[in-house]
Design a protein around this ligand. Structure first.
Ligand code: SF4
Length: 244
């Protein structure tokens, strides 16, 4: 590649990055006091952040975001990262939510099998190197799945742990716009919404799992712990990497 072409590409990328950052600032101001439903309507129907997918783990509280999105646009592209390590209960809960909410565009994204063969042949990489396991089973597959999308919607909330206390509605990830419509909802808001709409409970919640990911890295929590304290317990790891 010639120096001029490279310079033009860099300039183009810079302009693109600046436009995305400006849009995030504008959206944050415009929807500062908006409800989760209003933000989802603006993003999914009015496409204020461009083409956007929703990423869901179909975990403990996922039903709220999925139900809200289904009211606005049931064919919203929903990305589910099929790591190969989910609880059987999560897979059955996923089926149930898809049927009950009439979701028509759920995409199961799997890791690259050649990479798995090379790095995690025995399937126990999570024991020795959880960061690498998350990278090949979650981070890289999501990166590939988001190609062609301008942004993605997450179900993160401020109350989930101290690292999320200042989570905004709109973020610039450096490559995409991240939308967090539930950011300001409390655990009580979530519970009330689920009760009002009679949403199905993930079967593991009743067994002390308020936050649910892959089975090797998810443990029950006590009443005085953060809801995500059971994730990667004892490993000093709090996020899988898709939000870093
Ligand atoms: S959560 Fe655990 S099993 Fe799942 S991808 Fe990350 S390290 Fe691997």
């Amino acid at each position: 590649m010639s120096a001029t072409v490279l310079q033009l590409k860099t300039q183009h990328q810079y302009q693109h990055d600046t436009m995305r950052a400006d849009l995030v600032t504008e959206l944050a101001a415009r929807y500062h006091d908006a409800s989760a439903a209003d933000i989802l309507y603006a993003v999914l129907q009015e496409k204020v952040a461009g083409d956007v997918a929703l990423v869901s783990s179909f975990g403990a509280e996922s039903s709220v975001l999925l139900h809200l999105a289904a009211q606005v646009k049931p064919d919203t592209p929903i990305i589910f990262l099929e790591t190969g390590k989910h609880f059987a209960q999560t897979l059955s809960h996923k089926k149930k939510l898809i049927n009950e909410f009439g979701l028509t565009n759920v995409l199961e994204i799997k890791p690259d099998q050649a990479i798995i063969q090379e790095n995690d042949l025995k399937g126990d990489l999570w024991r020795h190197n959880a960061d690498q396991c998350c990278d090949i089973r979650k981070v890289q597959p999501l990166k590939a799945a988001l190609t062609g999308f301008d942004g993605w919607i997450t179900g993160r909330k401020q109350f989930q742990n101290s690292a999320r206390l200042r989570l905004p509605f709109f973020e610039d990830s450096g490559t995409h716009i991240k939308v967090n419509p539930l950011a300001r909802l409390s655990l009580e808001d979530i519970t009330t919404y689920m009760e009002q709409h009679n949403l199905p409970q993930h079967p593991l919640v009743a067994q002390g799992f308020p936050s649910i990911g892959c089975w090797p890295c998810t443990h029950p929590v006590t009443a005085d712990e953060d809801v995500r304290a059971g994730r990667w317990r004892g490993q000093g790891k709090t996020e899988c990497g898709i939000h870093l």
